[in-house]
Each structure stands twice: as structure tokens, then as C-alpha cells.
Ligand binder design. Sequence first.
Ligand code: NDP
Length: 536
Amino acid sequence: MADSVPSLSQSQIPTPLANAPLRLPQGVVSAQGTLVVYEPGSGKLLGEVRVSTPLQVTEAVAASRAAQAEWGAESFAARKAVLLRFQRLLLERAEDFCDHITRENGKTRNESLFMEVLPVADAVHFWAGNARKLLRDEKIPLHLFPHKKSYLRYYPRGVIGIIAPWNYPFSIPTGDAVAALMAGNGVVVKPSEYTPLIMEKTRALFEEAGLPRGLFSVVQGRGEVGATLVASGVNMVIFTGSVATGRKVNVAAAQQLVPCVLELGGKDPALVLADADLDSAAKKIAWGAFANSGQICASVERVYVHESVARPLTDKLVALTKTLRQGEPNTHEVDVGAMTTQMQLDVIQRHLDDALAKGAVILAGGHITVTPSGARFVQPTVLGNVTREMAIVRDETFGPMLPIMTFKTDDEAVRLANDSVYGLSAYVFSGSRAHAEKIANRLIAGTVMHNDTLYTHAAPETPWGGVKQSGLGRVHGKHGLKDLCEVRHVNLERFNVPAFWYYPYGKKAWTNGLRLYRTLLGNGLGARLKALFGKH
Ligand code: NDP
């Protein structure tokens, strides 16, 4: 099967570098104390960055805290003005940012625009326009104490530590940072060791926009630098990454007694019901599975299709997959770019080998290519004859692999979709919104989308996060914004009412108190009247 599938067209494979320099493996710190980045899509040297020392991490947090004292006291309007300047500069330099992101991460140019730069520009617009309203004081009506008045006020937490992954090296940390800054916080970001450079560019842009120096800082290095950041006095941690690292970060944050949001992995299912528009479903599922070479926490990693439409849906997915153009990503003529890390490519190879050994069949794609210059590509791949015993159906693959399975009834579809340790997103394709909604409300996932995939990460008003092992807490939406704040409760007196619980204690207070509560809380009018007039 695999032999009949076309491989990458030769013209699209980047040529090896002439006299390519001896290179360090990805993510290894050089003798000079730097991380060196090679472009995943071409193997060319992109740049390097100095690794931060523990002292520099502590200093970055201290500088951010010092700048935050003033920033947090500024009006929303003043913060908004700076962030909108950042947004304007970002839109002006969108081409330059996309060019860099594509070179550093390997996603296509269009993906850098639509999945990284534009969502951040829109997030700034949204938070700048809405943070004040979402964070205004909230009254709490007190049903038992009308003589008192309670309200909540949201204060910035201080300095937010953001630990970011390599798959969205710009939009994930910058999107979270913008919300944190609008809420009045300082931010220190630790990017992934594989994609450290874009955050340096982002910091420079924030400063050019007028953000106080040091308020937004970047510390660089491997995992231990992230661990140092968590331990260095930040007031909250937003971690996006793997489940294994997320557990460690959660423990470390608990030791500091600081809150921690964890955005972790996924194995997201797409359910295609018998009444779905199959052309539309195939198009959106293929994009949901193969965008960013499948390196998305919410990628479609499992398809369950009703047996009555399994054949036509599979044919459409296979045909569409075979049309996808893959190669050096920094052009508009490529649909699928490169794999950011060799480590992930190895995971995909293992999952594919395991699936094939257990009887899976490649229906499209199946080729994995590493060029002599070090560029890495996994061909978008559709797999049939797959079972739950295969790692590719159970574990997060984080690559462009699409296993297709069938179901007979809605109950079976729901059971199969929920049969995972993960619960980030789930997708339901149906021509009936009512039918989709019934199923959506039975799926155990942070987000369920009807007739779509992936896109709500770019809708800042909706919450993002997972259940089960996909994470804890939420970013985005009003819940994510409020979580970036410390909520403080103030209770004021409207007028003084003597209550039963003050000194001196005695039988009279006991009886009156009991009578009052039994009257107010009694079950039914009869019980209440009896409580009011009866003996206590
Ligand atoms: P990792 O967990 O390997 O790394 C994430 C970040 O944590 C990196 O910056 C890493 O640094 C850092 N880190 C490593 N060890 C520690 C430590 N002990 N303390 C603090 N920080 C540490 O994840 P990946 O970068 O490989 O990202 C891929 C994973 O992220 C996938 O599982 C994916 O599903 C998930 N993800 C989830 C998203 C969501 O919204 N739910 C979105 C995007 C990705 P270094 O890279 O230098 O090791």
C-alpha cells in the first residue's frame, strides 16, 4: 500500500546545504552557552540565543515585578493604548513575523499568518476592548444579610510565568501574555529550547510599542530554566506542554503555593454522523489533522464515522490528502510544512510502525523524510484497519496521522470518543444541530465543536483548556482572564442589625436564632408557619 502512495515531489524537498557545518543535536546547549536553531524546513542555520543563568531568571522576575507595580496601577485605558500600539506594529510587520515563525518552527507561511500572527492581533483587540468590562467589580447579593453589601474586586496577581511549547512558539505565549498584561500583570516567558528566537523579537516589539522595560521578559534555556522560573517567586504559572512535564510543574508550583494553569496534550476525536455533509467534514477534518503537520494539541487524532457513510468519507479524505503539497514551508505553494523536532518525528515513526505491525493499512501518505541537511517531513497519512490496541489510536501522536474507525450507534460513538485519558477538544459532524448538540453534551472534553475543528483557540472570548489528563484550569475567555487576577472580597455595612451570635450567649439567642432559621429555611409553608409560631 505504502509503495503506491506518491512521496514528496523532488522539487519540493529542500536541497542539502553545501558544506553543512557540523551541528549540535537540537536543543543541546553549545560550549558557548547558547541554543542554536536550524530551520526545520530547510536545515539552514537560523540563529542562536544565550541561555539564562539562574541569577538572570531571578533578576528577570524582580525587574518585571518592579515594573508591574506601576503598570498594575495604570488605568485600563493606558494599558490598552500600549497594547494597541503593539498590535499596530505587529500587523505592519506581519510578513516579517510570519517569515521568522515559518523558518523557526517549520509551519507553512499561511499557517504562520492564520494560526499565529492574526490570532494574536485579534486577541490584543479583544482584550484591549473588553478587559475593563470583564474585570469590573462584581456585586454579590446576600440573601440572608440585606443590611450588608458585598462585592468582588479583581487585582493583578503580580508576575505571571509563562512556560511555552514549540508548536505555536508565538501565538501561545504572546496570546497568554497579552491577557496577563491587560489585567495589569508583568510577564516572564520561558520559550521552548527548540523555538527560542521568536520571543526575543516579540519582546523587542513590546518595548518599541512602549511597554515599560522589564515588564515583559524572556528567559532562555532548557527545562531546568523553566523549573527555575517556577521557583523564582512568580505569582502564577501558565504551562503549555506535555502531561509528563505538566505534572512536574504542578508539583513545583504547589511547593511555591502559587496557582498553575496546565494546558496539556490531547487525542481529539472527530465523530462523523450519518447525516453529515461529507465534503465539508472531509475538508475540515483533513485540516484539523494535518495543519501544522499535526503538531497541535487539539489536532484530530481519531476519526469515528457512522458505518453507513464510512466508505464515501474515507474516499474523500484519501483523495483530499493525496492532493496536499508538502515541502519547504516558506512559500504559498505548500499546504503541509515540516516537523519542528526530530524527537516528535521519532514518536510518529514509532506509532506508525506499531500500527502497521498490528495490521493497520496506509490509505494515503506514509512517508517520513529527513533530508541530508536535516529538514524533516512527515507526509499526511490516512490509516484504515486500525484498532484501540494501537498506540496511534490511544496515545498522543502529535503528527499528521489520521486513523479512521467506524461506529454503529450514537451510544457507541460517544463511548469510543470518551475512551481516552485525554479530554481537550472533540468534534461532531452532523447536518442536524440538535443531533450534534445531544452528542456534544455527552462528550467529556474541554471544548466540543459542531462541524468544525481547531478554530476556537483563535476565538479569545471562548475558554481554552482540557479535562482529564489534558489539563487544569482555563486560558482565554472570562474565566481565563479572571484567573490572571487575585479576587478580593469586600463586605460593607449598610446599617447595623443586632444578630444572635454575638456575646453574651444564652438560651434566648438560641431560641430566636433557631426560630428564624427554621422559618426561613423550612420546607413548605406549613413547616415555616409551624416554625414561626411553634415552640422551640
Ligand atoms: P514539553 O512538556 O516537553 O515542554 C514544554 C515547556 O516546558 C518547554 O518550554 C520546556 O522546555 C519546559 N520544561 C521542560 N521541563 C520543565 C520543568 N521541569 N519545569 C518547567 N518547565 C519545563 O512540551 P513540548 O514543548 O514538547 O510541547 C508539546 C506538548 O504540548 C504536547 O503534548 C501538546 O499536546 C502540548 N500542547 C498543549 C496545548 C494546549 O493548549 N493544551 C497547546 C500546545 C501544545 P524545553 O523545551 O527547553 O525542554
